[in-house]
Design a protein around this ligand. Sequence first.
Ligand SMILES: NC(=O)c1ccc[n+]([C@@H]2O[C@H](COP(=O)([O-])OP(=O)(O)OC[C@H]3O[C@@H](n4cnc5c(N)ncnc54)[C@H](O)[C@@H]3O)[C@@H](O)[C@H]2O)c1
Length: 391
Amino acid sequence: MGKVDDIVIVGVGAMGKGIAQVCLLAGYNVTLMDIEAKIIENAISYIEKGLNKLEKKGKLPEEMKSADILAKMKKTTNLIEAVQDADFVIEAIIEKLDAKRKVCSDIIDNSPDHCIFASNTSSIRITDIAEGCGKPENVIGMHFFNPAPLMRLIEIIAGEKSSKKAMNIGVEVGESLPCLRGDRYVPRVLKDNPGFIVNRVLAPGRIYSDYIYDLADEKGIPWEQVDADISDPAAPMSTLVLADFVGRDVSLHTAEYYRETLSSDFKPGKVLKRQVVEGKLGKKTGQGFYNWSKGRPEPDLSKKAGIVNQLVFKAIQANEGCRILEEGVCKSWKVIDEAILAGMNFPGPMKSATKNYRQMAELLEEYSEKLGKSYLKPVELLKSGKFIDME
Ligand SMILES: NC(=O)c1ccc[n+]([C@@H]2O[C@H](COP(=O)([O-])OP(=O)(O)OC[C@H]3O[C@@H](n4cnc5c(N)ncnc54)[C@H](O)[C@@H]3O)[C@@H](O)[C@H]2O)c1
């Protein structure tokens, strides 16, 4: 296995700065590279603050001092210079294929032969990013969750040409990165596919929630009551507050992405489209489902609308879990549950499906008819319960 000492982070915005911080904490020499000098300075001050806080709390790895860790950090706006001696590069630049492909190709051409290029893309195929570069076998996906220092999951994704060695090094580096909330979970995504594991399994739930929003809108049911129906009482933020927080435009964009890559059944609902047209994007425009002008809304969730069947959400997730097992994205239902827990902090659907799969499959037959969405029909592995053997 190639030894990794020098890591370069390309793009140190929201994601890159957190990734750089955990790489430093793991003891690597880390170079911060961005096209914007100001963004590098912001990232450095974020990292310094984070490390100093950990030092004060006595939470730095044994014998380590914040100043020694920071001494291993370099910065540059010059990509070619940055990667000259790199063993491993993690890219977290804007989510645009052309930009990522160019950066990938420049890095592969200007770094040592053994250097691995890992993309933190959340939606672009790794195979597409690697296309045209000199060593596609050295290119993998490394999908962190936000914020990287706190979220335990890192998905390591194989493009069509990624070598086993590159995947192994990716997993090894991922597992070496400390996480402030416990042990890292670093599963291999064996097939390049939209959403990888976690986002893919959660994706089709939006087909049902869009149906609920449109139904509530038709019936004139207040959003608070829908929120009371749809939210997990244990979650730190209710579902509709979270939707506003993320941004309705982001939701529309994601729905369109899955519509193009998975099925036309992901066509966005009427409410979602209207919210975006009217600029009711949520927190960022002051109005979404809720009004944000006085800060984060605190909806009264004491009254339910009674229009949501929570088991349908779980059944849809379990079905998508079975679908990715059928596709060979991963080999075991336990990986799906572990990944969801590590990336989202809530339990995955698969364990409960091992007991309820018949009921789930019946429910999905009923709801796929009711919603007119054939994508929600139960797949063979769920109907037969055969996924249970794939531990
Ligand atoms: N934000 C999230 O929650 C999240 C989660 C997982 C993955 N991602 C993915 O991580 C990547 C970065 O997302 P972000 O939210 O940190 O974005 P961001 O806009 O905060 O940061 C992107 C940075 O890349 C820099 N950049 C742009 N082009 C560059 C280039 N050619 N070379 C070097 N630097 C360049 C920009 O100056 C900016 O600082 C995206 O691919 C995104 O899909 C984001």
